[in-house]
Design a protein around this ligand. Structure first.
Ligand code: NDP
Length: 344
């Protein structure tokens, strides 16, 4: 049973083999089960930027709990029930939710409820790849949806700018905003990512590593920016603040440029928030569970009607998980990064 272990607290970028390690443990698939118990096999797992924040000392408080040292990491997974004495989770069911990063995991109805695991068998019949259920139809897709509608209050005719736009969250946010009638502009860290943004309908896109952000934003957002979908923070935020319109909104989704800094870089220009009455609201997607049924309905239909596309990066095999997470933190992923662990 291969496991992905959180083995040491990093101070800057984690190092594979030091802070995150892969180890093998015993798992007896033939061991008898008690009533209510079942065994899950991991099919696909999701590596996400917020995991860096969970790689911390247990004494530091934050919105998501720290990973337990020397234990398997956890995150969004799709697993399959391969053995069961539970009436809620039957053999062959696909199960979505927070799961351990290991090949096999024995659990029971009580723990499953605690972790909010749900049976999600729709990918068996609708032809949508399982990996989409940890991406566009999972937490990142929901984040885009909640950010746009619950926080950004987007309206047709407005201009939205999205940073890290080709990523797991950004590409969904951009396509939904476009379908809603906004002018959509995005930035990403490679020419390939920028070309992709244009291909999926962004009105404008640029490579923030090779082009000047302020110049490109002025050119691509001639009426200024009404809504900023903030994924990056730091210097990017500073520049965007100068180009936001009066009564602009900032959907404060994430600030990935800050996650691996040893000492926080100062973000200047925050006075702009006051001067322009900008609404800068943070949110944690898990605080909006009531939005999930509508999100799933709307976005599933968009996928099935080919009204939205979704780019993914696949790593093959659970032992590739640490590198896959580092790829996300360093921008080597192109689209939602997932790890394919096993076939159903
Ligand atoms: P992505 O798939 O977008 O992967 C991360 C991307 O961030 C990289 O590909 C890279 O893209 C970019 N990036 C990495 N380092 C830097 C840096 N130093 N400066 C600028 N950009 C960088 O990840 P997600 O879509 O999953 O997450 C996007 C953001 O949303 C993150 O900030 C994350 O924390 C946040 N988030 C917040 C949630 C919430 O509930 N509030 C839930 C989910 C995500 P590029 O090559 O374009 O630079």
């Amino acid at each position: 049973n291969t496991q992905v272990i959180f083995s040491k607290v990093p101070t800057t970028y984690p190092v594979v083999g030091e802070h995150i390690t892969v180890k093998k443990s015993e798992f007896d698939l033939d061991a008898p089960l008690a009533d209510g118990e079942f065994v899950l096999k991991t099919l696909v797992l999701s590596v996400d930027p917020y995991m860096r924040g969970r790689m911390r000392d247990a004494s530091t408080k934050s919105y998501s709990p720290p990973f337990a040292l020397n234990e398997p990491m956890t995150g969004h997974t799709v697993k399959e029930v391969v053995k069961s004495k539970s009436s809620n989770f039957k053999e062959g069911d696909f199960v979505y939710g927070m799961g351990t990063f290991e090949e096999y995991f024995k659990t029971n109805d009580h723990v499953a409820k605690l972790y909010g695991l749900v049976v999600r068998n729709d990918p068996k019949t609708n032809g949508i790849p399982i990996s989409n259920y940890v991406g566009i139809l999972g937490m990142p897709g929901m984040t885009a949806y909640v950010g746009l509608y619950k926080i950004g209050e987007i309206k047709a005719g407005e201009t939205i700018y999205i940073s890290a736009a080709s990523g797991a969250v950004g590409q969904v946010a951009g396509q939904i905003a476009k379908a809603q009638g906004l002018r959509v502009v995005g930035s990403a860290g490679s020419d390939e990512k920028v070309a992709h943004l244009k291909a999926i309908g962004f009105d404008g896109a640029f490579n923030y590593k090779t082009e000047d952000t302020a110049t490109k934003l002025a050119e691509l957002c001639p009426k200024g920016i009404d809504v900023y979908f903030e994924n990056v923070g730091g210097k990017m935020l500073e520049v965007v603040l100068t180009q936001l319109n009066k009564f602009g909104r900032i959907i404060a989704c994430g600030m990935i440029s800050q996650y691996n800094l040893s000492e926080g870089e100062k973000v200047g220009g925050l006075m702009q928030i006051i001067a322009k009455s900008i609404k800068f609201q943070g949110f944690i997607v898990s605080d909006f569970p009531e939005a999930e049924p509508e999100f799933l309905k709307v976005v599933t239909e968009m996928i099935l009607n080919k009204k939205i596309q979704y780019q993914e990066s696949h790593a093959e095999g659970i032992e590739k998980t640490p590198e896959a997470l580092l790829d996300v933190l360093k921008g080597k992923n192109f689209g939602k990064q997932v790890v394919d662990v096993a076939k159903p």
